[in-house]
Design a protein. Structure first.
Length: 71
């Protein structure tokens, strides 16, 4: 696929043309951040309005006091 970059290291980043998707990474400029589960080492940037996670993950993060704009 032309224009696709996959970066590993600080989580996983997929770049496709002007779109950047980040998975379990520290805060960075991204289009969407996916949070796979509620371990705090996977939840660095909770202020992103575009954070995507399961309802269960959001509930756990609320219970442990980590709230973001998605809450």
């Amino acid at each position: 696929m032309s224009g696709l970059r996959i970066l590993r290291g600080n989580g996983l980043t997929l770049e496709i043309k002007d779109l950047r998707l980040v998975f379990d990474t520290k805060p960075m400029d991204s289009s969407i951040q996916f949070i796979s589960h509620a371990h705090l080492d996977h939840v660095y940037s909770l202020s992103l309005k575009s954070a995507v996670m399961s309802e269960e993950t959001a509930s756990i993060l609320k219970a442990i006091g980590r709230r973001g704009e998605w809450a």
